[in-house]
Design a protein around this ligand. Structure first.
Ligand SMILES: [Zn+2]
Length: 41
């Protein structure tokens, strides 16, 4: 599992499914991506 640096969303792909960016990295423990996931805005 990795996340897009721009969209802060989780993805299993090599590129972001939302913006198509390939700037995918492993999410950190305190990464905001988890907040976005849990709150489901
Ligand atoms: Zn993205």
């Amino acid at each position: 599992m990795a996340c897009c640096e721009k969209c802060m969303i989780l993805t299993d792909d090599a590129s972001c499914p939302s913006c198509g960016s390939e700037k995918i990295r492993d999410p950190k423990e305190n990464d905001p991506v988890y907040l976005v996931e849990s709150e489901a805005i």
